[in-house]
Design a protein. Structure first.
Length: 477
């Protein structure tokens, strides 16, 4: 491999918003809609899966177990596909991971035994987990630095559009007067596959990351892609004012990735783990089991639970949408820390009201809307943070690693724990679970405040210089 000097990062960062960025947004960002749809489907069909008429006759604990298996698959898929993403490129993997998701979610619709349902959930999660690594790295490498924060938050927040869509379509499909009880939930999984096919068709048009290409010996292809993007803008662009010199490589050894995370950037590693564990426990615990809480403690009928998820999902989407631009203007450190701590404090208040018996199904849902308005902005910023603060060669695997460890601890333990807490039918036990989630969110916010890196409006190469970089120079006039 040779040594090259390129101004491609600076040229990508100076681009105005254009049709190309809309293509990236639609082709890559919509994956979170799929994940939101998957989580919502399992959340709203929980009571149906435990009934005799539903066809699987799972217990409440097994519904929580299915959620945990989905997350386990996502963790393993993230690690497996994340490594391949750094080695073989973003585009190859974001096409492959979507294909895995499509096959697995279709297979889920034909579940006939609990073990088969669990197996399908594992591979569906593996596809989605691989998506997180491939997509987050590609998006942040293609979006200009000055817009990266708000765009990334809005994209991650689009998860909740999938939740709204899933809840709305679940209302008629789970109505036994429309479809038999053992058919409606199967059709819901089929809808996820249809949406995935549409995304796949758009995604084929998204190019490979030029940043990945020039480091991996494909600088001519990178130059062609960036030139084509510049031409599509149809306006005079300012001259790129920075260049970077790198020694090209075909891959980065896992040992070098480990040294980078543990020795070179240990404080950043602690921040990433804290943010992921906090938000993963909170979200996976509450959303995988909320339908069970409504049914057990408030007597909400199976077919009505989606109506309670829709307003919560709207609050979750509005948080990143309305707060996203502050992550670029005010800065990452105060906004991430503030959103985590505030959502944790609000969750404490909600837990105490729930324990006191002061809430019904409607008022509890209103409380969740407020909590998750702030928590959603913080959770979305976790992916943004890890994507920004580690070098180019380790970006996808770093996202995968933090997602896997954080989500493995918070997202597997959380749903299984909450499934058992709800099954106990004791308000006090569920309250303890809520307080654990609040403590983890507050702790993560404090870690971000004291150890976090300010990355707002900064080039990715300035935040974390590529491992292959030699110098970063001002371009000569």
């Amino acid at each position: 491999m040779k040594q090259i000097t390129t101004d491609i990062p600076a040229r990508l960062d100076r681009l105005p918003w254009s049709r190309f960025h809309w293509l990236v947004l639609l082709g890559l960002g919509t994956v979170w809609v799929l994940d939101g749809l998957e989580v919502t489907i399992v959340g709203v069909i929980g009571p149906r899966l435990t009934s005799d008429a539903g066809g699987l006759m799972l217990t409440d604990s097994e519904v929580g177990l299915a959620a945990g298996i989905y997350v386990l698959g996502a963790c393993i898929g993230a690690l497996f596909f994340g490594h391949l993403t750094d080695r073989y490129g973003r585009k190859k993997l974001f096409l492959a991971t979507l294909a895995v998701y499509l096959a697995a979610t279709v297979a889920t619709a034909f579940s006939f035994e609990p073990w088969y349902f669990f197996l399908c959930r594992f591979f569906t999660g593996a596809g989605i987990g691989g998506e997180y690594a491939a997509i987050n790295s590609a998006i942040d490498e293609l979006i200009p630095a000055r817009l990266r924060g708000r765009v990334d938050l809005i994209i991650n927040g689009s998860y909740w559009l999938g939740t709204v869509f899933g809840a709305l379509v679940a209302i008629p499909l789970l109505n036994p007067e429309v479809l038999p009880e053992d058919i409606g939930w199967r059709v819901l999984f089929g809808l996820g596959a249809i949406l995935g096919i549409g995304i796949l068709l758009i995604r084929r048009l998204v190019p490979e990351s030029p940043r990945w290409l020039f480091i991996h010996g494909k600088d001519e292809e990178a130059e062609r892609i960036v030139t084509d993007i510049e031409r599509s803008v149809h306006k005079e662009l300012p001259k790129a004012d920075r260049s970077i010199t790198v020694n090209q490589r075909d891959h980065t050894p896992l040992s070098e990735v480990a040294v980078t995370l543990m020795r070179k950037y240990p404080r950043r590693t602690v921040v990433g783990l804290s943010l992921f564990i906090g938000q993963a426990f909170l979200y996976n615990s509450i959303f995988f089991t909320y339908a069970l809480v409504l049914a057990k403690f408030f007597g909400v009928p199976d077919g009505s639970t989606p109506w309670y998820l829709i307003p919560i999902a709207i609050g979750n989407f509005l948080g990143p949408l309305l707060l996203g631009h502050f992550f670029d203007s005010i800065g990452r450190r105060p906004m991430i820390a503030g959103s985590y701590v505030l959502s944790g404090l609000l969750l404490v208040g909600t837990a105490l009201l729930f324990d006191a018996g002061s809430l019904d199904a409607t008022t509890l849902t209103i409380c969740w809307m407020v909590v998750f308005f702030f928590a959603s902005a913080g959770a979305s910023s976790a992916y943004l943070t890890v994507s920004e603060i580690f070098p180019m060669e380790t970006r996808a695997l770093a996202i995968a690693l933090f997602y896997a460890v954080g989500t493995g601890l918070g997202g597997i333990i959380g749903p299984i724990l909450f499934g058992r807490l709800v099954e106990s039918e004791q308000v006090g036990q569920v309250t303890v679970g809520y307080l654990i989630g609040a403590a983890l969110m507050i702790a993560a916010g404090l870690v971000q405040w004291f150890l976090g890196i300010e990355a707002a409006r900064r080039s990715l190469e300035d935040i974390a210089e590529p491992l292959s970089a030699q110098t970063v120079d001002r371009a000569q006039a």
